[in-house]
Design a protein around this ligand. Sequence first.
Ligand SMILES: [Zn+2]
Length: 280
Amino acid sequence: MARKQMSEELSPARWAFNITHILNTVLGPEHFPINVQEVAKELSLQMYRDDPITEIQGKNIPGFEGALFKDPSGQKGWAIFFNNSFQSKGRINFTLAHEFGHYLIHRVRYPNGIQCSESDLVRWDSELGQIEHQANVFAANLLMPLDDYRRQIPDNIKITMEMMDVVTQRYAVSLLAALIRWIDYTSKRAIVVVSRSGFILWAKPSKSAFSSGIFYRTASSPPIEVPANSIAARPADFDIEKAKKGMKHGPGVWFKEPSEEITVFADQYDLTISIIQFAL
Ligand SMILES: [Zn+2]
């Protein structure tokens, strides 16, 4: 890869695509899950010998998910920290990829580094700042390249939790990260709804769902409650396994038409995550 192609002007998706191309060439197409620590250190050193990522480690940084800092030892280069109170490999992986994205795309504009709060990585709606969004797009594209994901789950099929378990393991990502990636490309009508304590925090429809009127305006007030008859609204009525298996609803539970809901309670971010799928 010519260095000039790796300019700071690349879009987050293009950055990730170029790195995927390198990994495919060097490691072969079955290079998942991606070892972000190794890739970030190795590639940053190859591309920017005078300004590489020199250190990646877990730190006690309450309130923050991760951070990109100038190397604290005063040497050249950068350090990536992640919050070491979190145990989930998927969560840490995404954070590392997010910070690697900041390094590639934003370090020149933010010479003192960037600190990322938990909500920067969980919120995917329009309220999120642009650089945080860019880092998330980079991370999602790096960890879950679209062509590979499509081979795991084709565009036009209904998903199950079993399928999502396969991809979250393949890519070592959280369920939420995998679902957001899927909802972006699926041709099925579906919406991912993220709620907490019975209120919708945000929701992301697929393109075909959106154009048929399936969406929530979560930026507006008052907050929107999850539908009363949904699984998401009734954690006491569903054990975790039953909720994951999901159920069919008649019209009027989720929007005005019949739907199928799968819900996962208490994901790693203390969120309730629902996947609502509609007939074509
Ligand atoms: Zn960030």
